[in-house]
Design a binder for this molecule. Structure first.
Ligand code: NDP
Ligand code: A1CAB
Length: 281
């Protein structure tokens, strides 16, 4: 892979489109990218929005095989339950030396490698949707045949979507619970803050703007070099002031415990999906 790789996104919904958006914003040429989806209207939307080639209507798998055959890096972005069928479909069409990257939660490397020709390079990742704006974080775990050079190429490609870290595969359920699902928790907080603002008498539109800008602004501060969440929180919290009154109630009602319980449920769900997929193989 001396030159810029050719990419194919097999399945291009929320997550793969976010990665695609981050990569394109980083200057990757649209004419080296193909995506596949099932629905013609979704294909048209992606073509119009990104100027990439999109193949749709893959009832017989033809679109996926065509896209896979022309790619150096194939990024599989279907739901976990569809990954094995997708890999089986394209197994015979992959270009020699192609690298298969999965963004699917809970689908083990072993299961993916078993669906592909022996020796296929597979990399399992757990990205998140802020990839779209270059503020994502992706954890990756290389499969048994992935070479360090290929891992480096994928790492470098994904670095235009944000931070990239390598972890042992057995940490990916926990990673998914923190950063994979994490954007939803931040959006949930913004929704809850807006709702509470309305209950305090604010106009709904104003409350939504205040909550969204606050979560976004706090996120931007957290992204500054050396930022520390606890220190930033303390800087807002005047002794015996308003913030302290709010945090006291959050602690009395064990909000940290509620968050921990929710995140444990996310990690447990990931492990349960793995068990379901493995039992079905
Ligand atoms: N959403 C997120 O924040 C994150 C998701 N993930 C993982 O990403 C994966 C995708 O999730 P998400 O993007 O949310 O799901 P979406 O449903 O938004 O996207 C799935 C995409 O796959 C396409 N698709 C399904 N089957 C086929 C097929 N046979 N051939 C071609 N395309 C197909 C769909 O096409 P169509 O639109 O036409 O139906 C759709 O574009 C999951 O495995 C999930 O675990 C990981 C981290 C975060
Ligand atoms: O909810 C899900 O299952 C996926 C994986 C992480 C974020 N979204």
């Amino acid at each position: 892979m001396q030159n810029l790789p050719r990419l194919s996104f097999l399945g291009c919904g929320s997550m793969n489109e976010a990665i695609l958006g981050g990569i394109l914003a980083g200057g990757f040429p649209a004419d080296r990218i193909t995506a596949t989806v099932r629905r013609a209207d979704r294909a048209a939307e992606l073509r119009q929005r990104h100027g990439i080639t999109v193949l749709a209507g893959s009832e017989d798998g033809g679109a996926n095989r065509t896209a896979a055959a022309e790619a150096d890096i194939v990024i599989v972005g279907v739901k976990p339950v569809g990954v094995r069928a997708m890999l089986t479909e394209v197994a015979g069409s992959l270009a020699p030396g192609a690298v298969v990257v999965s963004v699917a939660a809970a689908v083990p490397l072993e299961l993916m490698e078993a669906a592909l020709p022996a020796g296929t390079q597979v990399i399992r990742t757990m990205p998140n949707t802020p990839a779209k704006v270059g503020r994502g974080v992706t954890a990756l775990a290389p499969g048994s045949s992935a070479t360090p050079e290929s891992v480096e190429v994928v790492r470098s490609l994904l670095s235009s979507t944000g931070r990239v870290v390598e972890v042992p595969e057995n940490q990916l359920d926990a990673v998914g619970s923190v950063s994979g699902s994490g954007p939803a928790y931040a959006f949930y907080l913004a929704e809850a803050m807006a709702k509470a603002g309305v209950e305090l008498g604010l106009d709904p539109e104003l409350a939504a703007v205040l909550a969204a800008e606050t979560v976004a602004g706090a996120g931007a501060m957290l992204a500054e070099p050396g930022a520390d969440a606890a220190a930033l929180r303390k800087a807002v919290t005047s002794p015996n002031g308003t913030t302290e009154a709010a945090i006291r109630v959050f602690n009395e009602q064990d909000l940290p415990g509620t968050i921990a319980a929710g995140m444990a449920a996310a990690a447990d769900r990931s492990a349960a999906i793995t068990a379901e997929l493995t039992a079905a193989s």
